[in-house]
Design a protein around this ligand. Structure first.
Ligand code: PNS
Length: 174
């Protein structure tokens, strides 16, 4: 029997309620859903890949079919490796569309056997992005309700532990 394997890739730096809402909606659509954290040495992140995987694990533990992994290299190569036929992405706004369209057409060119599907977030999470949440948090704004409580605690601790001085360097992960 063919298993339906879904792949939800992203940076998840950190995971927020929009990501979790999407997982909640797409986990029932697949026999196995991989939440895959991109390992990208050239893009500086606030949390290490291991920290992100550790953070996500307990949040998706309620879905028996959900696995959390990291990947590097091409997404379609990882999809092939795990036998995923479907990539899932969230589509929040017009601003996402251009980027996602380019990714879809490149991925299709690289691997025509993998389909990408998009889920529109609900009104409650449509405005969320990891970078915006980090920015609000670093400026002392309240991010409760935007990320799960353990993520809020980890994010605040991580930001508090960073050196304070000077303007933000260009490669700052915020
Ligand atoms: O959460 P993000 O940062 O929007 O996720 C982007 C991600 C991880 C889906 C994308 O950067 C990706 O697939 N990277 C892997 C490299 C790759 O396959 N590139 C070619 C396809 S455009």
């Amino acid at each position: 029997m063919n298993r339906r394997v879904g792949l939800y890739p992203g940076s998840f730096d950190p995971i927020h309620n929009g990501h979790l809402e999407l997982i909640d909606r797409c986990a029932p659509l697949f026999d196995v859903l991989y939440v895959a954290v991109l390992r990208n040495e050239s893009k500086q992140a606030l949390f290490s890949v291991e920290e992100r995987i550790e953070m996500i694990g307990p949040l998706v533990a309620r879905y028996a079919n959900c696995r959390v992994e990291s990947f590097s290299g091409l997404l379609v190569d990882f999809a092939r490796k795990i036998g995923a036929g479907t990539i899932v992405r969230g589509l929040r706004a017009v601003a996402d569309f251009d980027y996602e369209l380019k990714m879809v057409s490149m991925n299709r060119r690289l691997e025509s056997g993998v389909e990408t599907v998009f889920l529109m977030p609900t009104d409650d999470t449509i405005h969320l992005s990891s970078s915006l949440i980090k920015e609000v948090c670093v400026l002392g704004g309240d991010i409760s309700g935007l990320v799960p409580e353990p993520v809020r605690e980890l994010l605040e601790a991580k930001l508090a532990s960073r050196p304070q001085a000077g303007p933000r360097p260009a490669e700052d992960p915020l």
